[in-house]
Design a binder for this molecule. Structure first.
Ligand SMILES: Cc1cc2nc3c(=O)[nH]c(=O)nc-3n(C[C@H](O)[C@H](O)[C@H](O)COP(=O)(O)OP(=O)(O)OC[C@H]3O[C@@H](n4cnc5c(N)ncnc54)[C@H](O)[C@@H]3O)c2cc1C
Length: 388
């Protein structure tokens, strides 16, 4: 063997700054978020003081360059933040995920210098963003969106209704996809940034959900809502590219959310099986239980490899589309399976709100739905296999 061969570092070996960042975010989550998790789930609302602390921690602007006041991190750092927060509360995980992997990502990649100057420093202080693509009639078929934008003076007037918008209640800026030329099909889709308070724009009803209840999911209404052309993200008619490219990356963030959730369920279960006694000993001493724990750990480890690999491919500028699809579908199935096994091992206590695992089971379900359902991920994987 040649001595000039360079060793490729193991995927799950973190660089020193990555390890420090991950540990500090997890310590924060354990200390500041864990005591509020049940209350936020019950009331279906974030604690506003907690949101302030997330900004102070730097996790609301992970990739915003230091020159704009952000943390100057990588996409991989965002993934570590989402994982560490979701280990304690996947609702906080999705707040931070949408902010970083969709909203900030889109502004950094597609925003004009003016838009960057306007929004990036605010993401580092108190601005929350939302990403608004889905509608009642267009979910998986996202580019069938019916929201229209018509040229009006020096801007565009947006009319339509968005549905299922994460951070709808907390956000003050919204990336809204609308079609400026329906005859051109998806090539008419354009991404606009709409600020809260713009006349003609209102946030509608908030959904009452099965899981990630603290995270707001809202409808948005646009009625002749005029935004200047300077608020267009990317070019007119290129919104489909903005949507595809950011969602391809955002999917890795959902993988991280599901990974954190599964790790959190495993953490709780390890603690519980050491404490709960039946037949005169801790249930963790039974081999049947140990094998179930081992399978949970296998699932968590394979998920971590897929999530970290996709994120590292993305940061290195390599293709990652299929890897991200595999990572999302696998991680969401694992989250559901591991949370379900956690409930089994908690017995009756797993089924009640006094213990933390029933919430994780409810929270896991969303992973197979948003940012492209599992069937959509399977289509991406199959297309790659068949070269179609
Ligand atoms: C809590 C929550 C938060 C969300 N946050 C956001 C957000 O911030 N921004 C945003 O824009 N959207 C958001 N969404 C919307 C989400 O992305 C969509 O719900 C999702 O893409 C699925 O669309 P749909 O609900 O219309 O389901 P549908 O597209 O109607 O799908 C229903 C079923 O049909 C299957 N299906 C559809 N077409 C095919 C096909 N061709 N082949 C095989 N199977 C198919 C799907 O896989 C699924 O199982 C959120 C949704 C939820 C529930």
């Amino acid at each position: 063997m040649s001595q000039t061969l360079t060793a490729i570092p193991a995927l799950t070996r973190l660089a020193e700054d990555e390890a420090i960042f991950r540990d500090s975010v997890y310590e924060f989550a354990d200390r500041e978020i864990r005591p509020l998790t049940r209350e936020m789930d019950d009331h279906a609302k974030f604690n506003p003081d907690l949101i302030k602390k997330l900004f102070e921690l730097g996790v609301m602007s992970v990739e915003v360059p230091e020159s704009y006041g952000g943390a100057g991190g990588t996409f991989f750092h965002s993934v570590l933040a989402v994982e560490s927060l979701s280990r304690v509360d996947p609702s906080i995980g999705v707040l931070v995920d949408v902010q970083n992997t969709l909203v900030i990502n889109a502004v950094m990649k597609w925003g004009s210098d003016e838009l960057k100057r306007k929004y990036l420093p605010k993401f580092a202080t108190n601005l929350i963003g939302a990403y608004c693509l889905s509608e009642a009639g267009s979910g998986s078929d996202a580019f069938a969106l019916a929201t229209r934008a018509t040229e009006k003076g020096d801007g565009f007037a947006i009319t339509g209704r968005k549905l299922w918008i994460t951070n709808g209640n907390e956000a003050d800026m919204f990336i809204v996809f609308a079609n400026v030329n329906p005859d051109a099909g998806y090539r008419g889709i354009t991404a606009f940034i709409v600020d809260r308070g713009t006349p003609g724009f209102t946030v509608g009803k908030k959904e009452d959900k099965l899981g990630i209840r603290a995270s707001s999911t809202c409808e948005l209404l646009f009625e002749d809502c005029v935004v200047p052309k300077s608020q267009i993200l990317g070019d007119v008619g290129k919104g489909y590219k903005v949507a595809i490219e950011t969602l391809n990356e955002g999917r890795i963030g959902i993988g991280a959310q599901m990974l954190g959730l599964a790790q959190g369920a495993l953490d709780h279960t390890i603690k519980y099986v050491k404490e709960r006694k039946q037949f005169g000993k801790a249930i963790g001493e039974f081999q049947g239980v140990q094998f179930q724990l081992a399978r949970m750990a296998m699932d968590v480890e394979t998920t971590r490899l897929l999530v970290y690999n996709s994120a590292r491919l993305r940061d290195a500028g390599h293709p990652f589309l299929t890897e991200a699809a595999i990572c999302k579908i696998h991680s969401s199935e694992v989250a559901e399976r591991v949370a379900s096994m956690a409930i089994n091992l908690y017995g009756g206590n797993g089924f009640v709100k006094e213990y933390p695992v029933e919430k994780l089971y409810r929270d896991a379900k969303i992973g197979q739905i948003y940012e492209g359902t599992s069937n959509m991920q399977l289509m991406t994987i199959a297309k790659d296999l068949l070269g179609s």
